[in-house]
Design a protein around this ligand. Structure first.
Ligand code: ADP
Ligand code: MG
Length: 567
């Protein structure tokens, strides 16, 4: 038996670790299961290259709760460690840098945005345990080792009589962390962090019906089988060519077991240069409540769950999507503000934007009819993307649609072509007429249609911003809502409007209406062209109305998701 001092520059690692990882104690389990997974995968690699001449077999990882003994066990069948390796890998932690690190990131460490573990890995066990034991046997022909440490820099290391290869970590759970002895708590954590890890993880057993015998002799019998909590080969780790529509839908349900909606379509991300990134994004049907839909994309690193706060990694407008992103190249141990400034992260964000735009374009060209059907369910995200990401805006010209009140859908180019003869003002500017609410503006729509004009239905809450942008980028284009006072003056008039009312009738009607609506913001127009249209109209200035709308939907231009308009 040897005793010695762990190579740490502080006297007691407890306070330091607790300080470091304060916000998220539960990640200890993720770290230990990750280590068990690494140990298993390392062995797999060593056997495959012939460096370890042992049978790899079908190793699993087991997590066991011992409630009476107040212990939690994490057991793997990986490569194990010799006593020397325990000395090297466990005792000589590069821990002296921890204090400086905490000092350096003092400010950012305070905000909860920090992803909590700073690469402490194994030592995160001391967030919940007052004593930790390692019993480990290497695949090499050497005796097993038993390491014990109570969180002080003192440890003991002696030989153990473990005969099977692999490592068992035993946590003696501290009094203030007894929740981690609850089966349900552990199951919840394993499901959250380890659901898609690459080595099967057993947590208890479950009963399964199994058929015995054949034909009439067949009997069902209940047997106990390992309860494996994870799917080691989730869809995103496969090639898109291996998967069909149903596979993608099945995976969606696997990701969101409590949700019963069907995704509209998916985007499989798969890139290995200049960074590694895989994943599957889903376009859900957008419900009215955009806030609730945020934060549904899960971020993984090598199949280990990291967070569902992907702000800064995914462009903001895509945080309304669902799905997974897995990248070993996203620096996870730093604060969010650092993340946003990181060049690699920016590249990832740009890549995702481009990929989403490309996919939308191909969906549009391959099956326009279907794309049109989905448009109203996805437009809010895409319009938001067009406003917030210049790269996306550029590409969106190819597939962004502008629906009419009659449910026809045009791209901007098609629309321009369509109205270029009929809807121009005296300077030849194209006038796009639109309604923002087909019921409320119905009589105006009818009047415009009676004149043979095309009327769009633009009813998103952010549409005034989009219109502003489209006008800024297309000098020859002007959007005018059907109830605007200058609809007629803007459009080349072939006939002048006639009212069916006498002059006196007109005058008294006008006075009556103006008594109700303020004449400064609205105008009463009594002209009417055909019998179907209303006898008179109340119109308002396009410009003033639009400015008001824009200030209501988020501070005139710059709008973060925080003040995203409610629908
Ligand atoms: P990291 O995993 O980032 O290397 P950790 O602190 O989590 O850091 O682990 C330190 C080292 O201890 C690992 O790199 C590995 O060599 C060793 N180790 C930890 N757990 C195991 C295990 N279950 N089996 C074998 N080796 C392990
Ligand atoms: Mg680790």
């Amino acid at each position: 038996m040897t005793t010695g001092k762990i190579n740490v520059s502080v006297e007691n690692i407890f306070p330091l670790i607790k300080k470091f990882l304060y916000s998220d104690h539960e990640i200890f389990l993720r770290e230990l299961v990750s280590n068990a997974t690494d140990a298993t995968l390392k062995l797999k690699h060593l056997t495959s290259i012939g460096e370890a001449s042992v049978e790899y077999g079908n190793p699993i990882i087991e997590v066991k709760v011992d409630k009476e003994g107040k212990k939690l066990h994490i057991i793997d069948q990986g490569l194990g460690m010799t006593a020397d390796e325990v000395e090297k890998y466990i005792n000589q932690v590069a821990f002296s840098g921890a204090e400086e690190f905490l000092e350096k990131y003092k400010d950012s460490a305070k905000d909860s945005g920090i992803i909590g573990h700073f690469g402490l890995g194994f030592y995160s066990a001391f967030m919940v345990a007052e004593k930790v034991e390692i019993i480990t046997k290497s695949y090499k022909e050497e005796p097993a080792a038993h390491w014990t440490c109570d969180g002080s820099p003192e440890f003991t290391l002696e030989t153990a009589d473990k005969s099977t290869r692999g490592t068992e970590i035993i946590l003696h759970i501290a009094e203030d962390s007894l929740e981690f002895l609850d089966d349900s708590k552990i199951r919840q954590l394993l499901t959250k962090y380890n659901k898609f890890m690459p080595v099967p993880i057993k947590f208890g057993t479950r009963k399964e019906q199994k058929a015995f015998g054949v034909g009439e002799e067949e009997n069902m019998e209940e047997i106990e089988v390992d309860n494996i909590i994870n799917n080691p080969t989730p869809a995103w780790t496969k090639q898109p060519t291996e998967l069909n529509d149903d596979d993608y839908k099945d995976f969606y349900r696997e990701l969101y077991p409590m949700q019963f909606d069907e995704p509209l379509f998916n985007i499989h991300l798969n890139v290995d240069y200049p960074f590694n990134l895989t994943g599957i994004l889903y376009f859900p049907k957008m419900s009215a409540d955009l806030q609730i839909q945020k934060d549904k994309i899960q971020l993984y690193q090598n199949q280990v769950y990291v967070t569902d706060n992907v702000e800064g990694i995914v462009p903001e407008f895509l945080t309304m999507l669902k799905g997974v992103i897995d990248s070993p190249d996203i620096p996870l141990n730093v604060s969010r503000s650092y993340l946003q400034a990181d060049g690699a992260v920016k590249k990832i964000s740009n890549y995702i934007t481009r990929k989403v735009a490309d996919k939308l374009k191909s969906l549009f060209t391959e099956n326009r009819e279907d794309f049109e059907k989905k448009w109203n369910d996805i437009k809010i995200v895409l319009e938001y993307g067009m406003l917030s990401e210049p790269k996306f805006y550029e590409k969106a010209g190819a597939f962004a649609l502008y629906p009419t009140v009659n449910n026809k859908f045009y791209t901007l180019e098609e629309l321009k072509e369509l109205i270029k003869d009929k809807q121009t003002d005296k300077d030849g500017k194209l006038i796009v007429l639109y309604a923002s609410n087909n019921d409320a503006q119905h009589s105006y729509v009818e009047a415009a249609e009676a004149k043979g004009y095309e009327v769009l239905l633009l009813d998103s809450p952010i549409v005034s911003h989009l219109i502003q942008k489209l006008e800024a980028d297309n000098e020859n284009l002007q959007f005018v809502r059907v109830d605007s006072d200058h609809v007629d003056s803007l459009i080349k008039k072939e006939e002048s409007p006639i009212s069916k009312l006498s002059d006196e009738e007109q005058e008294s009607l006008k006075t009556a209406v103006e008594g109700i609506v303020p004449a400064t913001t609205y105008t009463v127009q009594l002209e009417s062209l055909d019998s179907k249209a209303s006898p008179f109209m109340i119109t308002q200035p396009e410009f003033m109305r639009r400015m008001k709308e824009m200030s209501q939907s988020g501070g005139g231009g710059m709008f973060g998701m925080g003040n995203f308009p409610e629908m």
